[in-house]
Design a protein around this ligand. Structure first.
Ligand code: NAD
Length: 360
């Protein structure tokens, strides 16, 4: 048995986590679930949204499947998601964006993989609040050393991009391309404006690319990349990005393949991996058995592949692809009319997927 930490999260998390666990169990995968809590519900009980036991469990098991977690805005709590990624040094966020027949989208045959750096950049959590003593001290130092004065009412977020951090993520993207028979890696940046951070990213990307002559390399400025992805997504294959651009373009690419309901993800490091959907906890739908479990189920399929449970992953992917293509036992967001009364609930969609696996 392989022990996997299952974090049901909050909001719609517990519903899609249960649907996903049932689908994975139905593949016959030899997985023992170690259920651990994180998010706003456990915060109300234990005073922390990320209990030490949860971090310990993921560290010990090395593999986690995580449903979404709410990040309350402006409460002073750091994002549990960011904290977990940093605690485990899960430096690579891998988000495949693939078209499935039957998913409503303007585009067909999309098959892109985004590789997002997960630990640095403006998401490193190095922030200084407006008016605080250390912020004023930092502003005074900056004003001494820079030609552009900053006023005392500014908040400041720091954007660190290191040679080591860039090297390992770009290398990961190239190795991923090689292993998965992909032809090209595109590195995304804004080096024309941010010379010492994005400029460094671009220079390191070019250096790493020299070691992978069998994989094509190119770079794109992030704003141009957004337009290109909307106009000609078929030109791209593996895309490697710093943290912030990666976050934004992940949602853009999710939009190309039918939206957040179908966008899976993996956070991978040298000591472990956590698999999770791109979407959040959609609190307004909490407890309604309404939302689409597909993104977390697809994340579970990525996890099965990571665990080399290929037969189980293939069986689950075929079954979910069938159910989506038929369009009958799917949630409201997958129907042509979102008010279609024939839409099924989260757990009924999982039931249909499980029944399809048994029939095959
Ligand atoms: P969200 O992804 O939770 O929801 C945005 C909208 O997308 C929803 O209102 C809904 O219409 C749709 N949607 C999302 N998931 C869906 C699903 N499975 N099926 C059908 N429709 C779905 O984004 P948000 O409202 O910006 O964020 C809510 C909370 O989630 C915030 O606190 C945010 O910080 C958090 N969040 C967590 C994660 C994570 O845990 N990895 C990721 C993103 C956001």
């Amino acid at each position: 048995m392989t022990k996997v930490t299952l974090i049901p999260g909050d909001g719609i998390g517990p519903e899609i986590a249960e649907a996903t666990r049932r689908c994975i169990d139905a593949t016959g995968a030899k997985i023992e679930w170690d259920v651990q809590q994180a998010g706003v519900d456990i915060m109300a009980i234990e005073g922390t949204p990320l209990p030490e036991a949860t971090i310990e469990s993921v560290r010990k098991n090395g593999i986690g499947l995580k449903a979404p977690i709410t990040t309350p805005v402006g409460t002073g709590f750091r994002s549990v998601n960011v904290h977990l990624r940093q605690a485990m040094d899960l430096y690579a966020c891998v988000r495949p964006c693939k078209s499935y027949k039957g998913v409503r989208s303007q585009y067909q045959n999309i098959d892109l993989v985004l590789v997002r750096e997960n630990t640095e950049d403006l998401y490193a959590g190095i922030e200084y609040e407006k008016g605080k003593a250390e912020t004023l001290e930092l502003i005074s130092w900056l004003n001494k050393h820079s030609k552009r004065p900053i006023g005392p009412n500014a908040g400041i977020s720091i954007k660190p991009i290191s040679v080591e951090g860039t090297e390992r993520i770009v290398r990961y993207a190239f190795e991923y391309a090689r292993k998965n028979n992909r032809k090209k890696v595109t590195s995304v940046h804004k080096a024309n404006i941010m010379k010492y951070t994005d400029g460094l990213w671009l220079e390191v990307s070019r250096n790493v690319a020299k070691g992978f002559s069998d994989v094509e390399f190119e770079d794109r400025i992030v704003d141009n990349m957004c337009m290109q992805l909307v106009q000609k997504p078929e030109l791209y294959d593996v895309i490697v990005l710093p943290n912030l651009y990666g976050d934004i373009l992940s949602d853009l690419c999710a939009g190309l393949v039918g939206g957040l309901g179908v966008a899976p993800g993996a956070n991978i490091g040298n000591k472990g991996a956590i698999f999770e959907a791109t979407h959040g906890s959609a609190p307004k739908y909490k407890g309604q058995n309404k939302v689409n479990p597909t993104a977390l189920i697809l994340s579970g399929i990525l996890m099965l592949r990571h665990l080399k449970m290929v037969k189980e992953a293939d069986a689950l992917e075929k079954a979910i692809a069938d159910i989506i293509a038929e369009g009958k036992y799917v949630t409201y967001d997958m129907k042509a009319d979102r008010n279609d009364p024939t839409a099924v609930g989260t757990s009924q969609m999982a039931d249909a997927i499980i029944a399809r696996m048994k029939k095959r």
